[in-house]
Design a protein around this ligand. Structure first.
Ligand SMILES: [Zn+2]
Ligand SMILES: [Zn+2]
Length: 312
């Protein structure tokens, strides 16, 4: 299947919006921190700095990941998405640590809050904008199986929670005048962010480790088994790995001894097409053709050993 050289237009638009909104929100949050002096708003604003860095990286990775395969990268560039998601997660964890440290320090030194009303207004505005953007990103990311959009969307939604925490904290402090609530809520925001960051890093590692996709694998195997039954073939050593929106599949096909190579090749091509149809996504499929005998080292990881199956 031919790969597009450029990322889908709607992905580019979403990432442009994400970057522009990130920068605007960074300005609004720092303004809110400067006027209020609140720890919880500081934590929100600090996260925004990390946020803009992470989105800028994802914005760039989106362009890299859709470059067609070249001489140095014959399997394409989709894994750039996982690097981006992993670094984004790592940056969030660092921001979370900085927030927790500031909050603990302020628990001892105390906080003087001012202009709470303005702080709440700025933060609320940022939260609503992020909520809309985050939902759009995650929805499109899931639809098109883009780890990059999902990571960015989850990050944006995590920020909605930090902002919500900040607003709640300021409202409580306004009502009760317990300034201690401010650094305490700052700590909670930090913990929440750390969890979100670790999750992103974990997702990136799974992607980089070439995990299979059980649902796609089941669909592909079923189609292949049907095809083999129709044509009296056997298959083994089926492997599937998923890299962003692309899947790579390879398997061995066994034909009756004496089958002309032209006929075997034609059937193998048909089998590849059937499997590609079944997974219904960009698939790069490779088959290896064999006669009735084959090396026992070809055995599958989970299937019964080939020798135990009925002869062709
Ligand atoms: Zn963020
Ligand atoms: Zn084999």
């Amino acid at each position: 299947m031919q790969l597009e050289a450029a990322p889908p237009q709607n992905h580019v638009r979403l990432m442009n919006a994400s970057l522009a909104l990130g920068i605007a929100i960074l300005g609004a949050k720092w303004a809110a921190y400067i006027v209020t002096g609140s720890v919880v708003i500081f934590s929100d604003a600090l996260e925004s700095v990390v946020h803009v860095l992470a989105v800028a990286l994802a914005w760039y990775a989106l362009r890299v990941s859709f470059r067609p395969p070249d001489r140095e990268h014959p399997f394409g560039h989709f894994k750039a998405m996982y690097f981006s998601a992993g670094v984004e997660g790592g940056l969030i964890v660092i921001a979370a640590a900085a927030i927790a440290m500031t909050a603990v320090e302020k628990l001892f030194t105390g906080v003087v809050l001012q202009h709470i009303g303005e702080g709440i207004a700025f933060t609320l505005l940022a939260a609503v904008a992020n909520l809309v953007l985050g939902i759009l990103l995650v929805r499109e990311g899931k639809r098109s199986r883009s780890p990059l959009l999902i990571a960015d969307g989850k990050h944006v939604l995590a920020d909605v929670w930090t902002s919500a925490g900040a607003v709640l904290g300021l409202l409580l402090i306004n009502a009760t005048e317990w300034w201690i609530m401010d650094p305490l809520l700052g700590c909670l925001v930090g913990i929440h962010l750390a969890k979100e960051g670790v999750q992103l890093v974990r997702g990136a590692i799974y992607g980089l480790m070439d995990q299979t996709n059980p649902e796609l694998e089941q669909r592909a195997r079923r189609a292949l088994e049907d095809f083999c039954a129709e044509h009296g073939l056997r298959y083994h050593r089926f492997r599937l790995r998923e890299v962003g929106p692309q899947v790579y599949i390879d398997f061995h096909l066994q034909f009756a001894d004496g089958t002309p190579i032209e006929q075997a090749h034609k059937l193998a091509t048909e089998a590849e097409e059937r499997v590609a149809e079944a997974v219904a996504t960009r698939a790069d499929i490779m088959t290896h053709l064999e006669g009735e005998e084959h090396a026992p080292t070809h055995d599958d990881f989970r299937r019964p050993r080939c020798q135990d199956l009925a002869p062709l």
